[in-house]
Design a protein around this ligand. Structure first.
Ligand SMILES: Cc1cc2nc3c(=O)[nH]c(=O)nc-3n(C[C@H](O)[C@H](O)[C@H](O)COP(=O)(O)O)c2cc1C
Length: 361
């Protein structure tokens, strides 16, 4: 079955190709009566859009959202919310000469094999242009979660091996890299500009945190919260690995080092975990601590350096990918990662109403 939908109750369907006329998303299952304005969505889209700095793709898309259904007098109706984005800055000329070649690191070969007919302009459906729809839907999910006191933020934890030493949330939107450490941000930015100059590209790690998540979200056994988050994050273009909490490090720890000791705060009458190696999830169910996940993102596939490939007939060819590309996709991936986590949590908050105690009990 085709895979353009995500979520069970808070469910999205996205559509559109990179150089097609428009992209969009239909959100079904958002409860009625929630205040929602185009500005709520636009502010998240502005964080994702290209052309905003020297370290992102120069494609100039304003990504103005058209809210075409599901909202009346500033409030959701409980009916499908449809959001549209018209592409305005399309330049397919650089793709003409590549249409019969398979670009290394891209989905050209696999789409050709699967469908036998593909939109070769700008990566078609495989392009990260599709994520404009996810960020818009994520903005609606965030608004819903905010009413329950749940907040989500992400940042670039690492780029090209340069890692944040500190995490200052207020630093994130102050630098073009979206790192949480101003010193690391400068080094990351420099590394990206150098890579761009050389026609190269870089990858790294985005970290995402959700605060205020009540205990109880997640549906064992196949829809465990960590499994759902992993799927959501791995569906982002260029994603190559997911860690929850201590992740791969926990495989190198002893039980006594890895377990999070449990305490009780009589004042708030809440269970407190004295560390958070679990990333806020036990047995696939949120434990009330912060949810922490990290996503490994590969270096951008389109590079100006010559690479070996073949054409559709199997003849060897050399390829140099021109066009407008992100030398490092991480700064723009930050709002996308937040959106995907928001979609998972909104869906599971609604699912919890059907299978367990109400979320705030
Ligand atoms: C925000 C964002 C922007 C991206 N921009 C580019 C780009 O400019 N050039 C490119 O080659 N890949 C870019 N990508 C990644 C490709 O879309 C992706 O690597 C490609 O479709 C192959 O899919 P896969 O890496 O998931 O296997 C971007 C990814 C994200 C998340």
């Amino acid at each position: 079955m085709a895979g353009n939908q995500f979520g069970q109750i808070f469910r999205i369907t996205t559509f559109g190709e990179s150089h097609g006329e428009a992209l969009g998303v239909v959100i079904d299952g958002c409860p009625a009566g929630m205040e929602l304005s185009p500005e709520d969505i636009q502010k998240e889209l502005d964080r994702r859009r290209p052309g905003a700095s020297a370290i992102t793709s120069p494609r100039q898309e304003t990504d103005r959202v058209r809210l075409v259904s599901g909202v009346f007098e500033g409030k959701t109706l409980g009916t499908p919310i449809a959001l549209l984005f018209f592409n305005v800055d399309i330049d397919s000329s650089k793709y003409e000469q590549l249409k019969d070649l398979y670009r290394p690191g891209h989905a050209d070969y696999t789409y050709q094999k699967k469908y036998g007919h593909r939109d070769w302009r700008g990566g078609g459906r495989a392009s990260a242009r599709e994520t404009v729809a996810r960020v818009a839907a994520g903005a609606v999910a965030k608004k819903f979660l905010n009413a329950y006191g749940i907040e989500i933020y992400a940042f670039c934890r690492e780029i090209a091996g340069i890692s944040c030493e500190t995490v200052e949330r207020e630093e994130i939107e102050k630098n073009p890299v979206r790192a949480a450490d101003s010193k690391a941000a400068q080094l990351m930015e420099q590394a990206i500009l150098e890579a761009k100059e050389q026609g190269e590209s870089l990858g790294g790690i985005v970290e995402v945190i959700a605060t205020g998540v009540p205990p109880g979200l997640g549906e064992p056994v196949f829809d465990k919260l960590d499994a759902e988050i992993a799927k959501a994050l791995m569906s982002i273009p260029a994603a190559k690995g997911v860690e929850i909490g201590a992740g791969f490090t926990s495989s190198r720890c002893k039980g006594s080092e890895n377990n999070d000791p449990i305490g009780y705060d009589p004042q708030t009458k809440r269970v407190v975990f004295k560390s958070n190696h679990s990333g806020g999830i036990l047995g696939g169910i949120s434990n009330g601590d912060e949810i922490v996940a990290r996503l490994a993102i590969k270096a951008t596939s389109s590079i100006k350096i010559a690479q070996q490939t073949i054409d559709k007939e199997g003849n060897p060819r050399t390829i140099q990918v021109e066009g407008r590309h992100d030398p490092c996709v991480l700064p723009r991936a930050v709002p996308i990662v937040e959106a995907m986590l928001a979609l998972v949590l909104a869906d599971h908050l609604l699912r919890q109403r059907t299978t367990g105690l109400t979320p705030l009990d």
